[in-house]
Design a protein around this ligand. Sequence first.
Ligand SMILES: Nc1nc2c(ncn2[C@@H]2O[C@H](COP(=O)(O)OP(=O)(O)OP(=O)(O)O)[C@@H](O)[C@H]2O)c(=O)[nH]1
Length: 466
Amino acid sequence: MLQFSHDPEVNTLYAYFTELEAGQAVESLEYPAHLLLDAEDLVVGLRLDLDDEVTLAQLELALDGEFGRLDMETGFLRILIPGAESNQHERLEQTAILDLDADEQILGVELALPEGFDPQRLARLAALMVALDEVPQAGEGPVVFGVDEEEEEEETAPDVPDAAEHAPLATFRSGFVALVGKPNVGKSTLLNTLLGQKVTIVSPRAQTTRVPVRGILSRPDAQVVFIDTPGIHQPSHKLGKFMVELAERTLPNADVICFMVDISQPPSQLDRSIAEQVQRARAHKLLLLNKVDIPPRRGTTYLEEYRSLGTWDMEMAISAQRGQGLSSLLDEIVARLPNGQPLYPNEQVTDQSEQQLAAELVREKVLYFIQQEVPHAVAVEVDEWETKEQAIYIRMTINVEKESQKGILIGAGGAMLKRIGSAARRDIERMVDKKVFLELWVKVRENWRDDLGAMGWLGYRMKDWR
Ligand SMILES: Nc1nc2c(ncn2[C@@H]2O[C@H](COP(=O)(O)OP(=O)(O)OP(=O)(O)O)[C@@H](O)[C@H]2O)c(=O)[nH]1
């Protein structure tokens, strides 16, 4: 487990490798530390320069996860958030304090941040941040009691009043809102943040979303049915063609189209051609300039270039990841929906079943942990789902296209598959609120992405979307 807390009052970042309770940490050690940074100078992890005094046994918690790596030669312990890459680091002036328990296990680290440190540089850690209940006392270790989910939602999701009581139906609004754009601009992140829960998977890799996913937001005056679409791209196989076709099909039926772009990057040819398609639709058209939290390179903003891609009812700068600008966005969307009755029951949040989402969560972990092309060749099937009183037993097959991909997925001694399985299991448990036993198998289905029969078998069938 990896979690962080930030206490701006004492300008300290805490990283925990286990759930801590008051007084658990009884001893401490000090070592030089560095912040690990990504290409945008944002913190994605930390490095501790350990020495021989620290034994491997003491590092069990720090290394028992998808985040910790120890370089035996240098003694560098690197803690990196899943999916991140770091190519630079920043040495901290003060040594880090490692908190140890009675068994001398290293439980977590306290890092004094440099003076004037901009907390926005911790943005990448957002998903792993927990509330700090109490400023730790020296030697006592940080005190944390899990995430307060309600509080977390309030921070990110816009304030949506309880939908139990409707406005009179004559003034009630409802309709479909398509989220479209090229891969990786943040469409799925936006949907999850708007709904305050995960209904669609997210990854740093392009072409994560494969089929349209509906996310339903109900409030007293309106029901908005968002459609997260696959990123429109130049397809190189039948699966890609299927994904793009499904995304394009949402355009004619949408009441509002949110054309999403990544404002930290200049527009590409793909942005231009998607903008042209959007312009041809009859819907209201909003230009969403996402990722405003990323500082523009050399002060350049691409606002004018994006603006000139079409005629927009409105443009809005947002950060889907941090929830910035989303309340006003929601109001602007609702104002453009037609009068109409709710399309789904109030309590329904998505059209995805738990089984579909669980399979997607497994694919999400593959996208996080495995490099190169392999994740794109993966399709996950649920073979068995048996709900007992206390637990759910799930068996899934991860399909790949080649034997070599199967090898990568399983990893040495099955290590990679284990890693994927335990990360996915944790997420599925959170979703179903039950203990989960997850069994994963890997199977080769040669070139399934170019085989319509196999695609259909794996759930990518055009007639299901007519
Ligand atoms: N800095 C920053 N990153 C973001 C923001 N929104 C999304 N991201 C990141 O951008 C990457 C892509 O996000 P997704 O939501 O999967 O993008 P998508 O447009 O749905 O991608 P496809 O499924 O490939 O079409 C992920 O690593 C997100 O964490 C944002 O507002 N700011």
